[in-house]
Design a protein around this ligand. Structure first.
Ligand SMILES: [Zn+2]
Length: 294
């Protein structure tokens, strides 16, 4: 086993090149080690957090299986990594402050931060999807309009799960529309009190979960009787993420310093709205989702 990182001295780095002669079986390294690596012996890539973008994900996981034989990639992450990645992508700078609100610089920064959110959620969504073929997801991401998608690969983890017939494909368009209504109703209600909306508020109201917040439990949409196809918290979170990465529900990640004199940065994710004409846009899209048999 060996360890590689950028500040390692050059003599040590040279010694590590012997890994190609099979003297090193396991390399623990920062991303810099893998860049451009093209060696057929690499069989497994393990990420200790999720990649910064889908482009990075392909670049990094693509180090394994260069000879087209089966290879594995495992990504360990939690939703706390959203904070880490957002901090890296935004170069550790805090989000917009009030006094920057109208300046040209602030608008440019807002755009940049929105793009950073988008990239992070694309990767989260890729990692959390359990049933759509991984190859197809990547092909779709990089496809030009009109490109035909190849059939499922039949050997990725998601394809194996589908083959085990643990799941069935269901149209969840009505649930997607309902979730948009939930977002709109919560925003209208909480706007009066100036409160910010968290993703968990949307999930609680959509799933009609027990909740102490009277502002939420008094909503008509919380109290109504309705049939849900998407029922579990995990599937509901996934559907909300899908609406976010498709740009229909807008979010803001706020990076802030809990202690003004400290270096630690934390993030809050807020739901800030929906795009104009959202229901009609949701209606046009395909919302086929794999769900576990209940
Ligand atoms: Zn597959």
């Amino acid at each position: 086993m060996a360890v590689y990182y950028s500040s390692l001295d050059s003599e040590e780095k040279k010694k590590l090149k012997s890994w190609k002669e099979n003297t090193i079986q396991l390399m623990i390294a920062t991303n810099a080690f893998g860049m451009g690596l093209n060696d057929k012996k690499v069989r497994l890539v393990i990420h200790y957090s999720f990649p910064l973008s889908i482009g990075n994900l392909v670049q990094e996981t693509g180090r394994a299986g260069r000879n087209h034989n089966s290879a594995k990639c495992i990504i360990f992450y939690t939703r706390h990594d959203i904070c880490t990645n957002y901090t890296i992508i935004t170069q550790s700078r805090e989000s917009i402050t009030e006094d920057m609100n109208d300046s040209f610089e602030a608008n440019k920064r807002k755009e940049y931060l929105a793009k950073a959110c988008e990239k992070i959620f694309e990767v989260v969504h890729f990692c959390e999807e359990q049933y759509i073929c991984r190859e197809q997801m990547l092909a779709e991401y990089f496809a030009w309009n009109g490109d035909n998608l190849s059939p499922p690969c039949a050997h990725c983890d998601n394809c194996l799960c589908v083959q085990a017939e643990l799941v069935h494909k269901v149209d969840v368009k009505t649930d997607a529309i309902k979730m948009v209504e939930v977002v709109e109703e919560i925003i209208n209600k909480l706007r009066e009190s100036g409160k910010l909306i968290l993703p968990k508020d949307i999930i609680q109201v959509y799933c009609q979960l027990k909740c102490d917040n009277e502002e939420l439990t008094s909503l008509n949409i919380y109290r109504e009787t309705r049939k849900k196809i998407v029922r579990t918290k995990a599937d509901t979170q996934h559907l909300l993420d899908w609406l976010i990465i498709r740009g229909m529900v807008k979010i803001m990640i706020n990076l802030y310093r809990p202690n003004p004199n400290g270096n630690t940065l934390q993030t809050n994710i807020y739901i800030v709205g929906v795009i104009e004409g959202v229901t009609a846009i949701v209606m046009e899209k395909n919302w086929k989702m794999w769900l576990r048999h209940s």
